[in-house]
Design a protein around this ligand. Structure first.
Ligand SMILES: Nc1ncnc2c1ncn2[C@@H]1O[C@H](COP(=O)(O)OP(=O)(O)O)[C@@H](O)[C@H]1O
Ligand SMILES: [Mg+2]
Length: 154
């Protein structure tokens, strides 16, 4: 399902809307090549989840995962440099998510360990400044996150 296609403001709006709907235990997986806009969207999700604008949400490439506080605990992970399943276990990534939300770049690196009920968003570069965001996933969490607001906007 295509959620949106557009320039930065369009993706920012999507991220803020989704971010505002996040509840503890939600996992959002962001797929897409380098430069697709995963970190950009994660920043918008953080804003929507109440992380103050003054807090810089950057790609946590070296720490792999970084926690911010907003309306709830906001965990942002980038598994690009994940070594393997052993390191994933040590990170305790999905246990952390239980007290808040987890936004995950390069979720493919987790193999089969991504929780069921995660929302998967794929970002594609359509044009230099245009991205398309597609959603998939099943379950009540995904349904809640993707239910349009009363104003009809996603
Ligand atoms: N429509 C768009 N949506 C998101 N980012 C865009 C868009 N157009 C251009 N960009 C730029 O693309 C880059 C995406 O970088 P980033 O979010 O770090 O990608 P990733 O984390 O997927 O590697 C940013 O420099 C951003 O400004
Ligand atoms: Mg990134």
């Amino acid at each position: 399902m295509v959620l949106c296609e557009g320039r930065r403001p369009t993706l920012r709006r999507l991220g803020r809307r989704l971010g505002a709907r996040l509840l503890p235990g939600d996992v959002v997986c962001l797929q897409g090549e380098l430069g697709a806009g995963k970190t950009f969207l994660a920043q918008a999700l953080a804003l929507g989840a109440g992380v103050p604008r003054s807090v810089r949400v950057t790609s946590p490439t070296f720490a792999l995962v970084q926690e911010y506080s907003g309306r709830l605990a906001f965990h942002h992970a980038d598994l690009y440099r994940l070594g393997g399943p052993e390191e994933l276990r040590e990170l305790g990534l999905f246990e952390r998510a239980e007290d808040g939300v987890l936004v995950l770049e390069w979720p493919e690196r987790c193999g089969p360990w991504v929780p069921e009920g995660a929302l998967w968003l794929t970002l594609e570069i359509v044009e230099p400044f245009t991205r398309r965001v597609t959603a998939r996933g099943t379950g009540q969490r995904v349904e809640r996150l993707l239910t349009p607001s009363p104003d009809g906007a996603r």
